[in-house]
Structure formats: C-alpha cells, structure tokens
Ligand binder design. Sequence first.
Ligand code: SF4
Length: 133
Amino acid sequence: MQHTTTTCPYCGVGCSLSLAVDNDRIVSVSPGPEPSVNKGALCSKGRFGFDFVHHKDRLTTPLIRKDGVLVPASWDEALGLIASKFSEIASLYGADALGGFSSARCSNEENYLFQKLFRAGIGTNNVDHCARL
Ligand code: SF4
C-alpha cells in the first residue's frame, strides 16, 4: 500500500489529502499531514468523492461531434476547434458574443488566468463561475 499526499480537486479551499493506493487504485482517502488548511478534516466530497477516478465511463480524451456523433479527438484538435469557433463568433458578432464559465473546482490561480484569458485575450468581461450555484 502506497500513501500519496495531494490536494483535493473539488473546490478552491485546497484541502490536503492522503490517498491510499494499492495496485494503482485509490482504496481510501484521509486528511493529509499537518500543517494543512483543513487541519485534519475533510468534507464529504473530499472524503468520499473519488469513485470517478476508476469509473469505466470516465472520459479520458476530448470528444468532438462529427456528423452528429461524438468521436474521440486529441487535445490539439479539440483546442484548435474551440479557438477557430471562438474567432469565428468574435469576428461575426463581436467579443461580447462570447462568455466564459469557470469551475469551483479550479484554484484561485486557475480562475485568475481564466478571467485574464477572456478579458485581456478575447476582449470581453463576460466571465462567471459556478461557485455560488
Ligand atoms: S471539496 Fe471539501 S475536502 Fe475538497 S477542498 Fe473543498 S472543502 Fe476541502
């Protein structure tokens, strides 16, 4: 059994986790070592919400809809398609026709970069996130 200290991916609090791993599978999750922001506690998501890691339906590659069917694609292909669609929309309707919706699972630093991309890169203040839903 191997124990790995990491950071919970579910929200921006960033609680420290200790993953017990056996045969490349997570078998239990407990609070990480001190000092940590969570001080030995975890909410229910951080403690019990990791079944998805080994779920058979987990997406492991981007999907692009082609002729009405979602097909696996590379990250380069998916990001290239998004960039070209964004450019097309912005040139046709202006940058404010676009908006970005970030995730509460992102860190503060990731959310900062996300809003920077939309404000400084794309040129719109249409930026929001799901943390208060
Ligand atoms: S989801 Fe829960 S355990 Fe995970 S970082 Fe947020 S508060 Fe901590």
